[in-house]
Ligand binder design. Structure first.
Ligand SMILES: Nc1ncnc2c1ncn2[C@@H]1O[C@H](COP(=O)(O)OP(=O)(O)OP(=O)(O)O)[C@@H](O)[C@H]1O
Length: 403
């Protein structure tokens, strides 16, 4: 997976045996290579790494990717209770990557003639069913059963998932709180507030401006993912519903592991010899298809527990991450390729007509922006649930100049 390229850091842990026991090979050293290592167990230790430092090392580059027009994805993988939600979301006093990335996205907006638009959606996959975390419904059966579909060009998406235009960080914060409060959690032996679902927080960031009097638009999709934790049923004490959830969680994580292994294998095979990747075997791999094996700059964060009893899970997590490191994505800038050539064609025909077209284009941004802002205002004031955008809306819509 793509990460910041710098000298690899080796983490060495004594190898006991695969199950975590104390066999005769107990002190064999196992090496793992990755881009960063963060230690955050005790705040009083000099090597303690804060949420801010994690953001500076990883999150800041995600924002840069968005501004450069690339898709990006961050996903946290690890044993239950090892700190995935803490790293991705954090708390009000100790914010994680998602709120920090959102804040930085707004901070970097330039005061020039660029138009910006940010759409937020937030979903969870619980027991292999997709649920919109930002759209309440009186019928709980339907909210848990949104369909995943695949667009021939844009890839997989969730049908009827609500998308919310946000004008500032406070709007995002409101949506984050709303989504987090309805996410499925439960108390297990391993974690008082264990996430029982995979959560995907998505930002679609669009920039539009004129270059040499011609309109240009770039769109970047950011998937920020807090996976449910891998767990051992005995250790987590799961029975009944918790056991069923744990089974589904582990099954989808196994599929993710298989997809990662096969993608890594394909990177070493010639074209034509490549193996089939079973993205559709689980909802999480299907929805993250582009992020893990395609057009995105992707960062995998592996969270591990330093506790001796978690040795087996820690080793499994590091092996999982090691495989992911072998995947090479080839992201490209998502520049609008419809607007400019179309306008250029017209330019040859009639320059005056171009002027009309570009004015129409700018007008469309501003007009739609005003409507959406008004709707958002109504939503924030309790008159609705936010702006639900139709998936079929034309590409060129946006918020006004005064963002
Ligand atoms: N680096 C850290 N510093 C302080 N507290 C932490 C840190 N990492 C995790 N925690 C705390 O440990 C507990 C478990 O963390 P968290 O809920 O993030 O785990 P998780 O991996 O998301 O678990 P699950 O998969 O069960 O949802 C939480 O109370 C969290 O605040």
């Amino acid at each position: 997976m793509e990460g910041k390229q710098q000298s690899p850091i080796l983490r060495q842990i004594p190898e006991r045996n695969a199950e975590g026991g104390h066999g005769k090979d107990a002190m064999r050293i196992k090496d793992f290579t990755y881009d960063f290592s963060f230690w955050s167990v005790d705040k009083n230790e000099p090597k303690y790494c804060s949420q801010k430092q994690v953001f500076q090392s990883l999150g800041s580059d995600v924002v840069t990717s968005a501004y450069d027009g690339y898709n990006a994805c961050v996903f946290a993988y690890g044993q239950t209770g090892s700190g995935k939600s803490y790293t991705m979301m954090g708390s009000q006093d100790d914010q994680g990557l998602i709120p920090r990335i959102c804040q930085e996205l707004f901070c970097r907006m330039r005061e020039d003639d660029t138009n910006y638009r940010i759409e937020v959606s937030y979903m969870e996959i619980y027991n292999e069913k997709v649920r919109d975390l930002l759209k309440q419904s009186s019928n709980s059966k339907t909210v848990h059963n949104l369909r995943v579909r695949e667009h021939p060009k844009d890839g997989p998406y969730v049908q009827d998932l609500s998308k919310h235009i946000v004008n500032n960080y406070e709007d995002v914060e409101e949506l984050m709180h709303r989504g987090n409060s309805v996410r499925v959690t439960a108390t297990t032996k391993m974690n008082d507030v264990s996430s029982r679902s995979h959560a995907i927080f998505t930002l679609v960031f669009t920039q539009a401006k004129f270059i040499d009097d011609l309109p240009c638009e770039t769109t970047s999709k950011l998937h920020l993912v807090d996976l449910a934790g891998s767990e051992n049923a005995d250790a987590s004490g799961a029975t009944g519903q918790r056991l069923k959830e744990g089974g589904n969680i582990n099954k989808s994580l196994v599929t993710l592991g298989t997809v990662i292994s096969l993608l890594a294998k394909n990177c070493s095979l010639k074209e034509g010899k490549q193996v089939f990747i079973p993205y559709r075997d689980s909802k999480i791999t299907w929805l993250l298809k582009d992020s893990i094996g395609g057009n995105a700059r992707t960062i995998m964060i592996a969270t591990i527990s330093p506790a001796d009893v978690n040795y087996g899970e820690t080793l499994r997590t590091l092996r999982y991450a090691n495989r992911a490191k072998n995947i090479i994505n080839r992201p490209t800038v998502n520049e609008d390729n419809i607007v400019t050539p179309k306008v250029q064609e017209k330019l040859h025909e009639n320059e005056a007509r171009v002027k009309v077209l570009t004015e129409e284009w700018a007008g469309k941004w501003n007009e739609t922006g005003t409507i959406l802002k008004n709707d958002m205002f109504a939503a924030i004031n309790g008159k609705g649930l936010g702006v639900v955008l139709d998936f079929q809306l034309p590409h060129l819509i946006g918020i006004g100049d005064d963002i």
